[in-house]
Design a protein around this ligand. Structure first.
Ligand code: S3P
Length: 437
């Protein structure tokens, strides 16, 4: 499906942010381990969490979905080897976290994914899992991956070479499912939803700081079941609405119920340095996660050098930040972001190619990109390639707000992986996105 986004005058209104993709997947996994009856509200009913849900049901979990509500049932039988392969579609989080979980349970499985996921690096989780005692076979560090039995060691210590919440969570889940202790050292603080969820169910997580690496220690104890969990709104999805509002004229939008976990919402800090007018209202703690409403109005942004330390906390927002940079005054420089090359697409390349079509000056580096903003309405001569990547597709659709004759984006089907109502939500606020034949 190709979409076209037309020039927009102003955006206004209130919207409820769709459920968080990272947290929706984690609560299914940890909830299944708890083996209790639990209602999960605010679940993101999208392709990525749904593939994790299907995989869990194939290994014996009993999860039923009803729109944004999910019901986990208590089971009498333990987890079992699945009868068929586990397909994680486009979801790196699903594949990597479930690999840890399955390894901890010692199940015999085959994990597969779509063509994009099958190219993404899995050695980052396979190597430490092997060191923990898991037997894994794979296709040169990529999917398909085969797990057999495992004898996971206790008190495993791992110093992560890259800042990755997926690696950290994979190992925490392997330890949790195999009832072992583990210590993980991360080079930069990454999203901590897994740790917070373990704490919510009264597990024992300790944080330390050794040799400038952040340490996370899980001391195994059985988690305590609860009958309700509320998934906050997805900050990454909210970021498309935030930037759309900022770059359009005379706009004012309130995004309700957004997850504001510090390890995720670094974009707010970056936008504030750029001069954005954003207010946070109604802050609360819900299921051990900070949430609130984001009130945003049109703003004139200044280009900045994005602080390098914040990159792991804005990693998924860099495509849409690039669109903000494209309409800012001056140059925005993003460095230390090599990880963007191994996301759902090579995002550095995808961003640069899209910006070239919009005739926005940019320079791509090995670990980042610099973008010089323009006040002109963009006028691409051909469709932007989404590279089958949901965040690239949504980002360039947002750029249509500042276009002369619209911005067309090819192959937007993958928006379904994280924000199925994107088109309707944005159109309710005043954008004009429609299908293009
Ligand atoms: C995620 C972690 C991030 C992020 C991804 C979701 C998670 O990946 O890019 O979209 O849910 O843990 P890395 O941990 O590999 O950086």
């Amino acid at each position: 499906m190709n979409l076209i986004s037309h020039s927009t005058n102003s955006l206004s209104g209130d919207v409820i942010c769709p459920g968080d993709k990272s947290i929706s997947q984690r609560i299914l996994i940890i909830g299944s381990l708890l083996n209790c009856s639990m209602e999960v509200d605010g679940f993101l009913d999208a392709h990525d969490p749904n593939s994790t849900l299907d995989a869990l049901n194939k290994i014996g979990a009993e999860i039923r979905k009803k729109g944004q509500k999910v019901f986990l049932n208590q089971r009498n039988i333990p987890f079992k080897n699945p009868l068929s392969e586990l397909n994680f579609g486009n979801s790196g989080t699903g594949a990597r976290l479930m690999l840890g979980f399955i390894s901890g349970l010692g199940l015999k499985t085959k994990l597969v994914g779509d063509s994009s996921l099958s190219k993404r690096p899995m050695s980052r989780v396979i190597l430490p899992l092997k060191q923990m005692g898991v037997e894994i076979d794979c296709n040169k560090g990529t999917l398909p991956i085969f797990t057999t039995n495992s004898d996971i060691c206790d008190n495993f210590k791992y110093k992560m070479p890259i800042a990755s919440a997926q690696v950290k969570s994979c190992l925490l889940l392997a330890a949790l499912a195999s009832k072992n202790n583990i210590s993980i050292f991360e080079p930069k603080i990454t999203r901590d939803h897994t740790e917070r969820m373990i704490e919510f169910f009264e597990g024992n997580i300790k944080y330390g700081n050794k040799n400038s690496f952040g340490e996370i220690e899980l001391k195994f104890s059985n988690l305590v079941p609860k009958n309700y969990y509320m998934v906050p709104g997805d900050f990454s999805s909210a970021s498309f609405i935030i930037i759309a509002t900022i770059i359009s004229k005379d706009s004012e939008v309130l995004i309700k119920n957004v997850g504001l976990n510090k390890t995720r919402s670094g974009l707010l800090e970056v936008l504030s340095l750029m001069g954005a007018r954003i207010k946070i209202k109604n802050i609360q703690i819900q299921s051990n996660e900070k949430i609130g409403d984001i009130y945003v109005v049109s703003s004139n942004l200044q280009g900045i050098d994005v602080p390098e330390d914040i990159i792991p906390n804005i990693i998924d927002e860099i495509p849409i930040l690039s669109i903000a940079a494209a309409f800012s005054e001056g140059t925005t420089k993003i460095k230390n972001a090599k990880e963007l090359k191994v996301k759902e697409s090579d995002r550095l390349h995808a961003i640069s190619e899209g910006l070239n079509k919009l005739k926005i000056t940019n320079e791509i580096f090995d670990d980042g990109i610099s973008i010089t903003g323009s006040d002109n309405q963009v006028e691409p001569e051909e469709c932007i390639n989404s590279f089958d990547d949901h965040r690239i597709a949504m980002s360039f659709l947002v750029s249509g707000i500042r276009s002369k004759n619209g911005v067309c984006v090819d192959n937007c089907n993958n928006i379904e992986t994280s924000f199925p109502n994107f088109k309707d939500t944005m159109n309710t606020l005043g954008m004009k996105i429609n299908e293009k034949n």
